[in-house]
Ligand binder design. Structure first.
Ligand code: AGP
Length: 620
């Protein structure tokens, strides 16, 4: 199967043995939430690909690789590990070529090995593919391809795509057609970018249920899973719709639907600045984004008034109302539920996106679903939206990424306006979500808030000044095996958020719960020195929470009080400024973000790229 043309494939430690059998150890379907960047231009694109990979590394960071075509030779270099390490080990920057695709991986199934890292090539290495998503029928396809003599080098599902395209290309000799024909055989979810050795002028892309964006440059075209990958080169973007294909050459991009019909698409401009993307002089994006909050809480209130009014109208007019989201976004959803139920007397259910299917029987025409998502690409959330729309429900979304799949699936969208959030742990996006929640509920109530944003931003700045105290607490409790976060009523979601931040950044077991629940079990876990954070602002529930704190102290807990009013029952007291009650979650959560950050740093974890996680969870 070898041909005359020079092939240069370098997996830094893989021996390239061909795997005959269908199943090798650890060979399972490999779902992925990865970062993809491709570029074709009139000069060497390696630095563009490398910089792009660094920008999307937060999407997955267990292996990476690049394929370029130079002098009709396909050059593939890839390996397992963090990008910086692979860049050095595989000398990625010495690759050459005016065209290339690159990938950073987040493995859900299948080993983190050099062989499993992308790009994946076909038998003759004439086709190279990078892929984000899951090919659900890959086992059957692999069986057929093995039966036809194809030789596999990895354990991934992705590799079947390169062999399928190779097969079709041998027949139709047209990159776009070959990719379309191969895609017809794929079941599951994919965003792919494909290189063809004998066509060093064209990249073909395709998407189904995974995000893919085109960047329209001058003399250069980009394809990526995220605007951030090419934002420093162009802000003119085309978001591929589902089941669309793209054919990129250096001067032109053509979009085709699944029938192969060309569709005209005008580029849209994205409002994100390069400055948003650098760490500037911060050690970590997460720390920088925490510091941005005095500004971002204000920009969150810059909403399109018509959209806000339409949002409130749809909530008021809903026959049944649901709120859905995942992770931190779900905690913001709980705050909306609490205010709508209590103040607007509007009954609504807040449901985790991954559990939404359990509630579908209660949706129908006239139902409205409010969806929170920073990335707008979370698979559980997009799935819930798909099912809700099938039921005839209206979709209202609050997102950070304007062009995201969720924004494009929604009837009305409000943007967080907090700029790109690179740190995997959501920080500024949460406080911006809280601000948008308050805007929406106030609009439902017909309330217009006095414009005291500068005073509120100062209160947020003041809260950031708790950092030295928080850093000391982080150092004192960094080795603790368990942490508990308690609060009552409207502040309970802040306890959940505090626990989530600590878990994902420090890897310490942490639990957030209503303080009222302690007596019903968790109190049994409390012993001398157990750290418990009590979020307890002044207000109607303050004293009840204090009595729960007494119970904790009586069992030996070290209670860290987060409040605007001091009490001697706390072992440690972190004062936060008194602001309007509905905005208290913003000033309460910032010390918790700082705690998680400093415990992570004290434990030598990388706060920006926590293990086993990724910023945008694009698989179910
Ligand atoms: C939060 O810090 C985590 N990154 C995660 O729980 C996140 O909130 C969740 O995956 C939802 O993401 P989304 O807001 O982009 O949909």
């Amino acid at each position: 199967m070898q041909d005359a043309r020079r092939m240069q494939s370098q997996s830094c430690t893989v021996d390239g043995t061909m795997m005959g059998s269908l199943y090798a150890a650890g060979d399972r379907r490999s779902g992925r939430m990865c970062g993809i960047i491709g570029c074709v231009g009139d000069e060497n694109v390696t630095h563009v690909l490398l910089q792009g990979l660094k920008r999307v590394e937060y999407r997955g960071y267990d292996s990476a690789g690049i394929a370029t075509i130079d002098a009709n030779s396909m050059n593939v270099r890839k390996g397992a590990g963090r990008l910086a390490e692979i860049e050095e080990r595989c000398a990625l920057s010495s690759l050459r070529g005016n065209i290339g695709v690159a990938h950073t991986r987040w493995a859900t199934h299948g080993g983190v090995t050099d062989a499993n890292s992308h790009p994946h090539t076909s038998c003759q290495e004439r086709v190279a593919v990078v892929h984000n998503g899951i090919i659900e029928n890959y086992v059957q396809l692999k069986k057929q391809l093995l039966g036809r003599g194809h030789l596999f080098k990895s354990e991934t599902d992705t590799e079947v795509i390169s062999h399928l395209i190779e097969q079709e290309y041998a027949r139709v000799k047209n990159p776009l057609k070959a990719t379309m024909l191969a895609a017809k055989k794929l079941r599951g979810q994919y965003a792919i970018a494909v290189l063809f050795q004998d066509r060093p002028d064209v990249i073909v892309g395709a998407r189904k249920d995974a995000p893919m964006i085109i960047g329209v440059g001058d003399g250069k075209m980009f394809i990526a899973s995220d605007v951030l990958a090419f934002i420093e080169h162009t802000d003119r973007t085309i978001f591929l719709d589902n089941l669309e294909f793209a054919e990129l050459t250096k001067d032109r991009v053509r979009i085709f639907n699944s029938e192969g019909k060309q569709v005209r698409r005008k580029p849209t401009q994205v409002a994100w600045e390069l400055s948003d993307l650098t760490k500037s002089d911060y050690a970590h994006y997460t720390r920088k984004e925490i510091d941005e909050q005095p500004r971002t809480v204000a920009s969150a209130t810059m909403q399109d008034q018509e959209a806000l009014a339409a949002f409130a109208r749809a909530i008021k007019g809903a026959k049944s109302l649901f709120i859905t989201a995942a992770g931190t976004s779900y905690h913001a959803g709980l705050l909306m539920k609490s205010r709508l139920n209590k103040e607007a007397k509007i009954r609504c259910d807040a449901v985790l996106a991954g559990e939404f299917a359990e509630h579908l029987d209660w949706l129908g025409r006239g139902s409205t679903v409010v969806v929170f998502s920073q990335s707008g690409e979370t698979a559980d959330v997009l799935d819930a939206v798909k099912e809700a729309k099938k039921k005839g429900a209206k979709i209202l979304s609050i997102v950070n990424a304007a062009g995201s799949s969720l924004a494009r699936e929604s009837d009305v969208t409000l943007l967080l306006n907090c700029g790109p959030e690179v740190g995997v742990a959501a920080t500024k996006s949460f406080t911006s979500q809280v601000m948008v929640v308050n805007l929406v509920v106030d609009s439902v109530l017909g309330k217009r808030k006095a414009n005291d944003l500068s005073r509120f931003s100062r209160a947020v700045e003041e809260t950031l000044e708790t950092e030295p105290q928080i850093a000391e607490l982080a150092d004192e409790y960094k080795e603790k095996p368990d942490f508990y976060f308690v609060a009552r009523g409207y502040n309970y979601p802040v306890a959940l958020e505090g626990a989530l931040k600590l878990k994902e950044l420090s890897y310490i077991h942490a639990e957030g719960m209503p303080a009222s629940e302690l007596k019903h079990g968790t109190l049994a876990l409390i012993e001398k020195g157990t750290p418990v954070v009590a979020i307890n602002p002044s207000g109607p529930l303050h004293d009840e929470t204090l009595s729960n704190v007494e119970e904790l102290k009586a069992r030996g807990a070290d209670v860290i009080g987060i409040s605007d009013v001091h009490d001697q029952v706390y072992k440690h007291f972190v004062r936060v400024p008194k602001v309007d009650w509905e905005r208290m979650p913003v000033v309460e959560v910032i010390p918790l973000q700082l705690l998680a950050y400093h415990v992570a740093v004290a434990r030598r974890n990388d706060p920006d790229y926590p293990r086993n996680l990724a910023k945008s969870v694009t698989v179910k």
